[in-house]
Design a protein around this ligand. Sequence first.
Ligand code: CTP
Length: 447
Amino acid sequence: MTKVITYGTFDLFHEGHYRLLQRAKALGDYLIVGVTTEAYDKARGKLNVVDSLVTRIENVKKTGFADEIIIEESPGQKVNDIRKFHIDLFVIGSDWTGVFDYLKDYCDVVYLERTKNISSTMLREQNSPIQRIGIIGTGRIAARFIPEARLVSGISTQGVYNPHTKSAEAFAQRWEINVYPDLEDFYEAVDAVYIASPHETHYGYIRDALAHGKHVLCEKPMVLKQKQAEELFTYAKEKGLILFEGIKTAYCPGFHKLLGIACSGTIGCIRNVEACFTKLEAQGSRELTDTMYGGSFTELGSYVALPILKIFGREFDELRFDTIHDGNGLDLFTKASFLFPAGIATATCGLGVKSEGRLLVAGTKGYIVAEAPWWKTSYFEVHYEKAEAVEKYSETFLGDGLRYEISDFLALINGSSSSEFKLTRGESVALAGIMERFLQEEGRLGE
Ligand code: CTP
């Protein structure tokens, strides 16, 4: 009996998939089909898969060609499957020619000609037309956005706007995108806007972009006043548009795994969360010279407050800020201490004091620790009373990680609400409330 194996995502099942399975089956007596998990697809950079694993398996099953369906969940799995199932022949489409030659040590490898003019990517694009995104702002984070957005299918970076025309032109030239000196022309040319301008300008740009009927992805902190966040979310809802705060940690797969484990009862009832993020900034940088909106908390506060809100919720009883200032009155180091009904938490951040940046979640049975850069979570450990009982978890974090939030933003635009829970509107509003309270206590907000 000849045993054949093939693998794929089989998203939006199409004729190309059908023909591949048909030919694979014809090459032997028994066909095993490996269908990838969502997590594995995400880890290998395939971010916009539409159908759930169950749907994709059902579709493969319906063809009647598969004698057995297995799940593919990690990169090294193929060799093990080939050995385990005593496979004679590995089959895959010609888009992979050469890639799986290493399997020839274990079985025969055949690349079948791909069916022309059809692919899941094509169907995804037809179902949801490409979203043209325009960038407002040309700083460091805006520059990081472009290469990340290029990795998300279904979105294209259309152009840039910055009232400082010279910066806009240089940015556009560097990234080979359009520059729009006029804001109206800019809105005309895009479907969605990414706002990466200085914090205090976010509110105005968000309102304006929504008024022009554009979806908005805005860098954190989205706004600096709770009422503004509430108003903007209501306005976006009225207009049927997506408003999305870009805190990359909230969308990164490792952070999700950590939250899932933290809230699963493994470490008992959570009683303490400590999050710390410090990044020494050069003297003269915007963060250390903008006495109104610079400083450590406006810069890093969203990251450190995020795990606290995700774990304890939005209803804290007390919040206190302890701050070390520089000569200009800017906060070089800030510790926000929260009291919740069931636990306590501290959010610590610094631009002028270096500390060990870690995330610690302590419960009645054990604790979770993720070392810096935990805000790009790729590894964490779970510890218990018995020091030797350590559980280790790792998760892929690709590039700068913005691809995850861009892909979730796109999914929301395209009508999937499955990632809405990652950073809820209520959490964004609460974060704006915390920022407001900090700035008020610092005497930096007017009436
Ligand atoms: N396949 C094929 N002909 C096509 C599309 C896919 O023969 N037109 C084959 C692939 O080569 C692979 C299998 O079908 O062996 C599963 O492919 P998958 O990656 O799930 O499908 P694609 O349509 O290529 O998906 P995407 O556009 O997301 O890369």
